[in-house]
Write a protein that binds this ligand. Sequence first.
Ligand code: SF4
Length: 535
Amino acid sequence: MERNSNSSPNGESSYRPNSIRRILCVFPRYAPSFGTFQYAYALIPRVNAFMPPQGLLVIAAYLPPEWEVRFVDENMHSAQAADYQWADVVFMSGMHVQRADIEAINRAAHRYDKLTVLGGASVSGCAEYYPEVDIVHVGELGDATDELIKYIDRHTQRPAKQLRFATVQRLALDQFPVPAYHLLDMSRYFLGSIQFSSGCPYQCEFCDIPELYGRRPRYKSPQQIEAELDTLVAAGVPGAIYFVDDNFIGNRKAARILLPHLVEWQRSRGYPVEFACEATLNIAQQSDILEMMRAANFTTVFCGVETPEPEALGAMRKEHNLRQPILDAVQMLNRYGLEVVAGIILGLDTDTDRTADNILAFIEQSHIPMLTINMLYALPRTPLYRRLERAGRLEQDLARVSNVRFKMPYEDVVQMWNRCISEAYDPDKLFRRFAYQAEMTFPNRLRPPRKATPAQVLFGLRILARVLWQEGRRADYRRVFWQHVGPLLRSGRIEDVIHIALVSHHLIRFSREAVQGNGEACFYADPNEVRQAAV
Ligand code: SF4
């Protein structure tokens, strides 16, 4: 259910509080993973976090303007004693993978006897994970948020037992305020982030998006997106902005309405950023959308390929990946200048001794440089979770990487994962795939004429200097680095060199750490329930 809210024209709550409150928003740390680029940060001056946390920034913007808000992203630095002492209430949000840090922040706030509130994806999916939090906010921004604000206006003492505010009527997305980007230093993020839509019409067995956010995607107006983009750029966002929508074409009609606005926004502002998004692979059949994405300077699309094995896609209810051969779809996206990033899942019921070979062959044939290769994890509020629960196949063993009792022996799945990431991110193989992209994909991009400011040129040179020192001089794979990146450098393709170098540096370092048991094998997993694979 959706409503046209109690929000003011600026999108914040129209409720006028009686008390002045100080709200400390704390966003928890991410565990290192393929998709968070931790190892690339050291190569970019000032950068030390992944993306601005959309959800908590929206809540911060929605709070009554009379209230003071302070924001700490723990991916940059931890909240300090002075922050907790200052606050009346501590707000947190996050995904399951951030659970351990959410709990740590909650304990820290309680040491100062502060009221704690937790919202976001993890608590909305499984509020039972958080018995120690004072108030849980379940669901999206909506009537529960209004009730929560009224409650905080009246109370700041910790309740005797946990309170629960659950959204029944969501705030329409076109009523959302511009996230409070001004509360954070955008120049310290690897990527900017923006949300256009919420929800997905599909029902992949392992995914909690349809149950959490609905099957009828809701979306913002193009004017909202333009205003948010202007705010992001003014706040110093880095050169790329990621649409965090779970499926950018969940509502194709809405995407078709938005894209001409993005094209015009870029053109009229001199193409200040590149865009990236997540979308289902059947986007490859929407040539008009792809043409507009190219014109709007989209350069990367994340697609949940999941597996190259057709019977596995059928079993997980991802038939929409079967509408055309996956390799053809990837090539089609490349023709529009889009580098594909693919999600792959291991540990499916359909996996066999041949699955790792099939995945590695797919990686080779598709030339996709970056793949997030994760082990299956059963998230609460998914058909998969319920099926495995009924079958008695949910594990609570803390020594395991996943909570799923696989059909294959656990050790075999872990070994398969180790083999896939070791071979996929062997430097020579990775740079060969990037060389293919440099030849077959990147030249298809718009490449708009851009007038770089002296500061931007200097910034690029500083990154280049770090890249050449770390990868061209110090890395044990420097020979393959020069073999594949040298020609691009000599032909002046500096942006391509920097992109390839940053991503490859992260992937090679992360995969090596992960094989040693220091990485996250299930990005969506709850770190309290899983420990590293060390087989
Ligand atoms: S995995 Fe992607 S396509 Fe499938 S339901 Fe989730 S968001 Fe939709």
